[in-house]
Design a protein around this ligand. Structure first.
Ligand SMILES: NC(=O)c1ccc[n+]([C@@H]2O[C@H](COP(=O)([O-])OP(=O)(O)OC[C@H]3O[C@@H](n4cnc5c(N)ncnc54)[C@H](OP(=O)(O)O)[C@@H]3O)[C@@H](O)[C@H]2O)c1
Length: 277
């Protein structure tokens, strides 16, 4: 693809910022959009979508806070229709593995894209390694203890750099249209194992402590966490993290022709980047 604009929603977030950086490195114009970006886009304000979409050839869709939010499927279908109207040719949706709400949103995007004649690709992802290194669990880990309401459930933690590589391939290259890439890391680890590996790689002692869900919820409530976020955490810890996503896939290999990045390597690279910053 030559001269083109790619709209990267959630472009200041974990995956979007990495995707925008890769697009720019390839000489592609990445238009970063979010509530705080120069190109303002708010999922709750449909009036902000058309200006962000204008002139874009492809769109990366990263809904926030989560596709588990009721009616996210309607929002994703509506933005896909708006993309069609704006002349967009391709949509790439970031989705979550084993989540009924996310799968409803995937179906809504597929349907709307097919009706509009757009290429679609779904990236159905497991838990990001970056939840530990830069997301909401990085702070507790830095104090030496991460306490969450999950026991010995293995999860094949996925490196967001791999997601960005697959997203860029799906946005720019041929061969990804009409495909759902189920992306995971190469090894399933329990949270205790993941935290132990992170501590070993970074040299910063940390351990994992499983806690009852009620105690965790009470702690969040005391910290003033809003009801909608509480609802998402309840969904995540009482439903999604039941072992349904434990089996690793070869989705990264299938999409890119190279293996997925191991959690230890992802953490090592992020620790090195942090020490250079
Ligand atoms: N973390 C995981 O383990 C995991 C696993 C599978 C799937 N996912 C999915 O990943 C998605 C989040 O993507 P991410 O992790 O790359 O981003 P992120 O780091 O969670 O950041 C959220 C991004 O969305 C923007 N945003 C927040 N609220 C918005 C709104 N109302 N309208 C428009 N933009 C908004 C934020 O920027 P502003 O604040 O400037 O608006 C930011 O750019 C969610 O759909 C989640 O379900 C996450």
């Amino acid at each position: 693809m030559s001269e083109q604009t790619i709209l990267v929603t959630g472009g200041t977030g974990t995956t979007g910022s990495r995707i925008a950086a890769r697009l720019r490195a390839r000489g592609v114009h990445a238009r970063v959009a979010s509530r705080s970006s120069a190109c303002r886009l708010d999922w709750a304000e449909p009036g902000t979508w058309a200006p962000a979409l204008a002139g874009a050839r492809a769109v990366y869709l990263a809904y926030a806070p989560d596709l588990a939010v009721p009616s996210s499927d309607e929002v994703m279908a509506a933005v896909t229709r708006a993309a069609t109207a704006a002349g967009v040719r391709r949509v790439v949706l970031l989705s979550g593995r084993g989540e009924p709400g996310a799968q409803r949103a995937e179906a809504a995007v597929r349907r709307a894209a097919e009706e509009g004649g757009l290429d679609w690709t779904v990236l159905r992802c497991s838990w990001f390694v970056q939840n530990f290194t830069e997301g909401q669990f990085a702070g507790p880990l830095a104090t030496g203890e991460l306490a969450l309401p999950v026991e010995d459930v293995p999860e094949p933690f996925l490196d967001a750099e791999d997601i960005a590589d697959v997203a860029v391939a799906a946005l720019l290259d041929d061969g990804h249209a009409g495909r759902t890439h189920e992306l995971t890391g190469p090894r399933a680890l329990t949270f205790a194992e993941a935290v132990a590996e992170i501590a070993a790689v970074t040299g910063r002692p940390a351990h994992f402590r499983p806690v009852p869900f009620e105690a965790y919820a009470a702690e969040l409530a005391a910290a003033g966490v809003p009801d909608d976020v509480m609802g998402l955490m309840t969904h995540l810890f009482t439903e999604v993290l039941d072992g349904r996503n434990a089996a690793p896939t070869d989705g990264v290999q299938q999409a890119l022709g190279r293996p997925a990045t191991d959690l230890a390597d992802a953490v090592r690279r992020s620790a090195l980047a942090g020490s250079r910053a």
